[in-house]
Structures are given as structure tokens and as C-alpha cells.
Write a protein that binds this ligand. Structure first.
Ligand code: ADP
Length: 208
């Protein structure tokens, strides 16, 4: 199964992908996570994209496409994958068409106020990236990951200024992908309100 998760930042794509990857036994490939891994490891790619991510801007297509091509060529992606955060521009989508076939693009829809609440209250485990929310999904011990005890941090692009920019970038560059995939007959709209389990159920039904 080859899936694309579309939708604005804060719609909960990463949270749903985390559930779906286990349910469908396919890897969750998040370009945001891949970039953050490079930043943590201080690779040359990481150094190049650090400021871009912090500001909530998009990494240039050529850089992103190269990274995704390499990831999709790995063994575990041969039977399928969830692409989360890619494609984010029309040129990225056109390139993806040439690399592989997509079964379904899921468009997670969320109202703007909910997005801002979700992003500003989001906290992530420093190493693993596991996602929490101060209000909706708090850790058992404040500031610590339930699984590893590692500290929870706020992503540099979850500040109000970066959130506003990310939403604008989404509208301008990524929202056109909804029509791109709709016209190919593979788009399914999913309401991204409710609990992660409810949203995942809708996702599963839409795919089936
Ligand atoms: P969110 O969906 O919550 O905004 P992600 O973790 O998917 O966050 O992405 C974080 C950042 O990584 C983006 O704001 C952007 O800077 C960069 N990024 C991720 N995917 C892409 C992409 N496909 N093209 C360009 N930049 C990307």
C-alpha cells in the first residue's frame, strides 16, 4: 500500500501515521523527521536546512527530492509506505509520479483554530520525536517522555511566528496538491477532528 498523507501542519498527520504504520505494517516516512534527524546529527544536509525549518519555510525541491528518492529505495519501502510531508509542492508531486505509483492520497482537514492550538501545545521527545500535547495528550510526568524519560521540547517551528508562516506556505505551495490528486481520482478527504483512534478509523475505512 502506497499512501500519501496530505493536510496542513497540525492536522495530526504524524500521529495518525504512527498508528497506521503498525496497523498496515509499512514504514512511516516523514520528511520533517528525516530533516530533523540530519539536524540532530549535524550532517552537512542538517546544517544546510536548520534555519529553513526553524522559520517554517520549505527546503528547496532538489534537496528534498534527493533525500526522498534515497529513502524510497531502501528495502523496507518496497512493499509500501506512508509518505508524510511529501510531496509539498507540485514539482515534488510530479517527480514522485515518475518514481512510483500512489494508491491513495489522504487529505486530513482541520479548522485553523484547532491547528494553532495543536501546534502551540505540542511537545516532542528530544531524541525519538514521540509526540505529546500539553492538554490533549500530556505525558504522565510533566516534561518527560512516557517511554524513555527523555526531556520533551518544543519544536523551534512551533512558535507562533513560525506557525503563521507555515500555514501561509501550506496555502500557497501545498494546498494545490489536493486538486492535483483529486483529478487523478486517488484523493480521500478525512475529517481530522476527534481522537487519534477516531481519525485512524476514518482513515482505514477510506482506504478500504
Ligand atoms: P509540519 O507538517 O508539522 O509542518 P513537518 O515535520 O512535516 O512539519 O516538516 C517540518 C519542516 O520540514 C517544514 O516546515 C519544512 O521546512 C521541512 N519540510 C518537510 N517536508 C518538506 C518537503 N516535502 N519539502 C520541503 N520542505 C519540507
Amino acid at each position: 500500500m502506497r499512501l500519501i498523507f496530505l493536510g496542513p501542519p497540525g492536522a495530526g498527520k504524524g500521529t495518525i501515521a504512527d498508528i497506521a504504520k503498525d496497523a498496515f505494517s509499512i514504514p512511516h516516512i516523514s520528511t520533517g523527521d528525516l530533516f530533523r534527524m540530519h539536524i540532530r546529527s549535524e550532517t552537512s544536509l542538517g546544517k544546510r536546512v536548520k534555519q529553513i525549518l526553524a522559520a517554517g519555510d520549505l527546503v528547496p525541491d532538489s534537496v528534498t527530492i534527493e533525500m526522498v528518492k534515497e529513502r524510497l529505495a531502501e528495502d523496507d519501502a518496497s512493499a509500501g509506505f506512508i509518505l508524510d510531508g511529501f510531496p509539498r509542492t507540485i514539482p515534488q508531486a510530479e517527480t514522485l509520479e515518475k518514481i512510483t505509483h500512489i494508491d491513495c492520497a489522504l487529505n486530513f482537514e482541520a479548522p485553523r483554530e484547532m491547528i494553532i492550538k495543536r501546534l502551540s501545545g505540542r511537545r516532542v521527545a528530544k531524541q525519538s520525536g514521540r509526540i505529546y500535547h500539553l492538554e490533549y495528550n500530556p505525558p504522565k510526568v510533566p516534561g518527560k517522555c512516557d517511554l524513555t524519560g527523555e526531556p520533551l521540547i518544543q519544536r523551534p517551528d512551533d512558535t507562533e511566528e513560525a506557525i503563521v508562516n507555515r500555514l501561509e506556505v501550506y496555502q500557497q505551495q501545498t494546498a494545490p496538491l489536493i486538486d492535483f490528486y483529486r483529478s487523478k481520482g486517488v484523493l480521500k478527504d478525512i475529517s481530522a477532528t476527534g481522537t487519534p483512534e477516531e481519525i485512524f478509523q476514518r482513515t482505514r475505512e477510506a482506504i478500504e
